[in-house]
Design a protein around this ligand. Structure first.
Ligand SMILES: O=P(O)(O)OP(=O)(O)OP(=O)(O)OC[C@H]1O[C@@H](n2cnc3c(O)ncnc32)[C@H](O)[C@@H]1O
Ligand SMILES: [Mg+2]
Length: 199
């Protein structure tokens, strides 16, 4: 993590924005796979969020011999027995947010509001050439709306509603989302544990 620079094994600009919002005010610079000239090809074929996050972080640590942070996240809908889970990025079609959201709405078409509860999960993994991986998690409970609301955020944000805020994630600023989200909670845990792990 090179004191002031954090390399994140993600291609997702929405995630990068949330990491920047937390770390840049604390004096860190965020670099992602999109900033590398020859990023490694990473196949996320793990069976769990942790396996996938380890695959992503290890790919960069191996290639560049450097400390790397990876994020693997997903939505688990109770009425669908935890779907889409680790398949969240390719539920209907690979990284097609509109199609993935529409598939979710179609699957829940007859499910009443009170049974549309879901959990958003993030696992963060930090790897480095000479440490055991540091693994933290964050989760938040919400409800899947019957139609999208809001234009900020990414992925499933327009459908993920938090009753205590009367808003979806797509109706929150990045800072607001980080206060409550799965990723925000995981980042806070990481920040608490990082110094001890690094020693
Ligand atoms: O390069 P990486 O980091 O793997 O980026 P990704 O978009 O492929 O991310 P994941 O593998 O973790 O897959 C998670 C899926 O869930 C979506 N997702 C993750 N975090 C989200 C969040 O905070 N809000 C809404 N959707 C989210 C995301 O768009 C993906 O479709
Ligand atoms: Mg991915």
């Amino acid at each position: 993590m090179n004191l002031k620079k954090i390399l994140i094994a993600t291609k997702n600009p929405g995630k990068a924005r949330e990491f920047r919002s937390f770390f840049e005010p604390r004096g860190f610079k965020i670099i992602t796979l999109n900033d590398l000239e020859n990023p490694p090809q990473i196949i996320e074929n793990g069976r769990s969020f942790t396996e996938n996050a380890l695959i992503k972080a290890n790919a960069l640590t191996k290639k560049l011999q450097t400390t790397t942070l990876a994020d693997d996240s997903g939505l688990m809908v109770s009425a669908l027995n935890g779907e889409p889970g680790v398949f969240s990025a390719r539920y209907a079609a690979d990284h097609d947010d509109a199609a993935n959201n529409q598939k979710l709405l179609n699957k829940l078409v007859n499910v009443p509001n009170e049974k549309r509860d879901a959990i958003f999960h993030t696992t963060l993994v930090v790897t480095s050439p000479n440490h055991q991986p540091l693994i933290v998690e964050g989760e938040v409970k919400g409800y899947i709306l019957q139609q999208p609301a809001g234009h900020d955020g990414f992925g499933y944000d327009p459908l993920f509603y938090l009753p205590q805020f009367y808003k979806t994630f797509a109706q929150m600023s990045v800072a607001e989302k980080n206060q409550v989200s799965h990723r925000g909670q995981a980042i806070k845990r990481l920040a608490e544990k990082f110094d001890d792990w690094w020693e």
